[in-house]
Design a protein. Structure first.
Length: 242
């Protein structure tokens, strides 16, 4: 049995992991899918003060109070920024890291530092126009090429994201255990993806890399394949331990 903590991306919530969570439970694993402060069922906590540090602390607190160890920590999209911060703060609690079509930040970088300028400007303009300058409206599911059956549901479920989560620079202390097994999964089925650059960076670092032919919300488009990839990461990391 393995313990998984699955961290959603921007505008999403725990709800997006339902299929993968159910599949992992069916295989006998323990699964936690926290919703980050200010979105989905925690949208009542939305404020301009919610930033990347808030979301890192959300996951750190979950792992601390649930007394989790030997964790496979997965972050989707923006969630990649979050899991890097968590891994840096709690390196001894991890078995493996999985970046799922995700941002991988260096120390001192923000998500907006790594986003293509045209995409960053669209978010800034949308926040200024529709979000009082500090809330970014969800990107439509169609843009991410979410499968046709789920698009209406995803658009209904997504909520605004505090822009500070994209603008705060990640502070790393260099404590991530270099022996931690890391996997990067790239979704290849949507236009304008910023993630191939992170995939190439992962290959250069010697991480395990996987591609999946689907839209950005892999957990919805390919839940079975993703479940297998997650369990493979858990098993590979377990076998690699002395």
């Amino acid at each position: 049995m393995a313990t998984f903590v699955l961290v959603h991306g921007a505008w999403h919530g725990s709800w997006c992991w339902k299929r993968v969570r159910t599949a992992l439970h069916a295989r006998g694993h323990e699964v936690f899918t926290p919703t980050l402060t200010g979105v989905a069922e925690r949208s009542h906590l939305l404020s301009p003060d919610v930033n990347l540090s808030t979301h890192i602390q959300d996951v750190v607190n979950l792992m601390q109070w649930e007394e989790l160890s030997d964790v496979v920590l997965c972050g989707h999209s923006y969630g990649g920024c979050v899991i890097s911060g968590v891994a840096d703060r709690m390196p001894s609690r991890l078995r493996a890291l999985v970046y799922l079509d995700a941002f991988v930040l260096d120390d001192g970088q923000s998500l907006h530092d790594t986003l293509p300028p045209a995409q960053r400007n669209l978010q800034l303009e949308a926040a200024a126009r529709d979000g009082e300058g500090w809330k970014v409206p969800p990107i439509p599911a169609e843009v991410f090429n979410v499968n046709a059956n789920d698009r209406e549901w995803v658009n209904r479920q997504c909520t605004v994201q505090p822009i500070a989560t994209f603008q705060e620079r990640l502070k790393l202390r260099g404590r991530i255990d270099p022996r931690t097994e890391v996997t990067f999964i790239l979704a290849t089925g949507f236009d304008g993806s910023p993630f191939p650059a992170f995939y190439d960076g992962a290959k250069a670092k010697g991480w395990k890399t996987v591609t999946m032919a689907c839209g950005h919300d892999v957990m919805l488009d390919r839940p079975g394949e993703l479940t297998s990839a997650l369990t493979d990461a858990a098993e590979s990391a377990k076998n690699g331990k002395i």
